[in-house]
Write a protein that binds this ligand. Structure first.
Ligand code: PMV
Length: 334
């Protein structure tokens, strides 16, 4: 039997960093996917083939205590620890630790760009392997397992990435609980700086500043939480599309300013943000942890112009849509 599953990338629309301190955040799945094929092997080992995780070909095999890298490209290797944990966790859940499983991964999601590539690969792997082992899991349960994978690999995580990747659409997330917000088309452009920040280091840096000057940082985090609540209100309202976009854009700009105040922006990120606004975006902000990675802009009727402005400012634009669907079982070959 062979199973193919896929899971989407995400952008955090509002509330990164403040979500770490129990404030709400809003994220959406986007139309870039990671695909994972899973099948049994007779060796009892976990074998991972990652042919295209946006880095050149790489094949890695695990068995017992040995790990074989046929070639090693830093960041791809990092992604593989999520895959391995995901397989091990599902084998435990199914009580089939002895079962040899081979997974083969291809992905459209750039690694280390803050678009949730690790969560997407974990969620797609859990989806494919659980189906292969005959476990009936809901998307919500798969999101929770994805969160456990993140905790095992990176030590800390709010869980927003695997949740939105498993569920799809728009998610309002607060203290481990999520609410699915109504679906709508959002004319966005994502801009990739070409470099990546370390989520772990950036979260630690914000924590340190908060400990040093809580009287300044806490009100900023509080404001960020309020921005998210206002954005939720607007997303749930029946306002005219034009007004809705205008108000969301304003909140994006405020959220970016607050993130900049926390110290997580970079010259390049801010250049892309200002280039997008100058080209007619209603709002633009960092998405994800910052320190590199991506920004996104809301640009109704101006997506092409904004994409060009991002290119001229030295970034890589991606005109993408919100993905209604989260985890998808694409094919089951008996
Ligand atoms: O760069 P990303 O997408 O992993 O963003 C992380 C978002 C943070 O709020 C900074 C951390 C978290 O665990 O929520």
């Amino acid at each position: 039997m062979r199973v193919l599953a896929s899971a989407p990338a995400k952008i955090i629309l509002f509330g990164e960093h403040s979500v770490v301190y129990g404030k709400p955040a809003i994220a959406a799945a986007i139309n870039l996917r990671t695909y994972v094929w899973a099948e049994f092997n007779e060796k009892g080992a976990i074998k991972i083939e990652a042919k295209d995780i946006r880095v050149p070909g790489l094949t890695v095999s695990f068995s017992e205590d040995e790990i074989y890298f046929e070639s090693d490209y830093g960041k791809a290797a990092e992604v593989l620890s999520y895959v391995r944990q995901a397989i091990e966790l599902v084998r435990e859940e199914a009580d089939r630790r002895d079962r040899g499983i081979t997974v083969s991964i291809t992905s459209q999601i750039p690694v280390g760009a803050g678009l949730g590539s690790s969560a997407a690969v974990a969620v797609a792997t859990i989806g494919a392997v659980s189906k292969l082992l005959g476990l009936e899991l809901t998307r919500e349960e798969i999101g929770k397992l994805g969160h456990r994978v993140e905790l095992l690999v990176q030590g800390a995580s709010s869980g927003i990435d695997p949740t939105v990747s498993a569920i799809g659409g728009f998610i309002h997330y607060e203290k481990g609980k999520f609410e699915h917000l109504p679906f709508m088309e959002l004319p966005i452009v994502v801009g990739y700086t070409g470099s990546s920040g370390s989520t772990k280091e950036l979260v630690a840096m914000v924590r340190k500043t908060k400990e040093e000057i809580p009287e300044i940082i806490e009100p900023i985090l509080l404001s960020m939480g309020k921005v998210v609540e206002k954005a939720r209100e607007i997303l749930l309202s029946d306002l005219d599309e034009e007004v809705r976009f205008e108000r969301l854009g304003k909140l994006m700009n405020i959220n970016h300013g607050l993130l900049d105040a926390l110290g997580v922006s970079t010259k390049k990120l801010s250049e892309l943000v200002y280039a997008a606004r100058t080209a007619g975006a209603l709002g633009a902000k960092i998405t994800g942890a910052g320190g590199g990675g991506c920004m996104y802009a809301l640009a109704p009727g101006r997506q092409r112009e904004v994409a060009t402005a991002i290119t001229i400012a030295g970034g890589t634009p991606m005109i993408t849509e919100i993905s209604r669907e989260g985890l998808r079982i694409e094919e089951v070959i008996p």
